[in-house]
Design a protein around this ligand. Structure first.
Ligand code: AP5
Length: 222
């Protein structure tokens, strides 16, 4: 299964991708996570992208397209299926993704559009905390860690992303509306868009998304 998760910052893409990849046994490929790893490593690429990521701007298309192309053409796990989270984020990225996949004889099955209201995403992003070591996602109210400041999975330190402050969140929402909303139309135009209500609880949203996946699998078997 080859899926794309689309939706505004804070819609729950990372949270749901973690659950769905375990359920389906497919890879979770997040450009945001990959960029933050580069920043943490202090590589030239990490230093180059830091200013974009921390200010809420998009990293240039050619940089993220290269990262995704390398991943999709070199990681053997890709053969089992994958879920892209945070990519494509512009129409140019969506077009390039189709070309990269065509070269390796694959195509996207469909894209989930995780539709969430502004009020909900603001509450989610301002309360979000992340494990510095394993990347597990928490929320101070919705999903608090069992022990304050410590990751439930690995005991690592929990931190707040520097781009999760109100000013940068607003910028990210503007950037999303301008650049990523057209990607929703791109997949709708290909007949590959499934809209889900991302304002729901994690469990309800997971059930809605898995019902779509299972209905699609059944339709393809019939
Ligand atoms: P990225 O890391 O992709 O950030 P984003 O798209 O802004 O998405 P978020 O990670 O903020 O939100 P999410 O939808 O994953 O929500 P989450 O599951 O964590 O990108 C960061 C930056 O990298 C970009 O700004 C850009 O600079 C750069 N970048 C990345 N990709 C790029 C690309 N392709 N091109 C150019 N630049 C790129 O959930 C949020 C919170 O809500 C959590 O606390 C969670 O616990 C809680 N929560 C989630 N779901 C629920 C629910 N259903 N109910 C209750 N609480 C919930």
């Amino acid at each position: 299964m080859k899926l794309v998760l689309l939706g505004p910052p804070g819609a729950g893409k990372g949270t749901l991708a973690t659950l769905i990849k375990d359920e389906l046994g497919i890879m979770h490929i997040s450009t945001g996570d990959m960029l933050r790893e580069e920043m943490k490593s202090g590589s030239d690429l990490g230093n180059e992208v830091k200013q974009y990521v921390e200010s809420g701007a998009l990293v240039p298309d050619e940089v993220v397209i290269k990262i995704i192309e390398n991943k999709l053409t070199s990681d053997e796990q890709v053969a089992k299926g994958f879920m892209l989270d945070g990519f494509p984020r512009t129409e140019a990225q969506a077009e390039e993704l189709d070309k990269i996949l065509e070269k390796i004889g694959k195509s996207i099955d469909y894209s989930f559009y995780m539709d969430a209201s502004l009020e909900v995403v603001l509450q989610r992003l301002t309360g979000r905390r992340i494990c510095r070591d394993c990347g597990a996602i928490f929320h101070m109210t919705n999903m608090p860690p069992k022990e304050a400041g410590k990751c439930d999975s690995c005991g690592g330190e929990i931190y707040q992303r520097p781009d999760d402050n109100e000013e940068t969140i607003k910028k990210r929402m503007d950037v999303y509306g301008e650049n990523t909303a057209p990607v929703v139309e791109y997949y709708a135009g290909q007949g590959k868009l499934k809209k889900v209500n991302a304002d729901q609880s994690t469990d309800e949203l997971f059930d809605e998304m898995m019902a779509n996946v299972n209905a699609d699998k059944k339709a393809n078997q019939d």
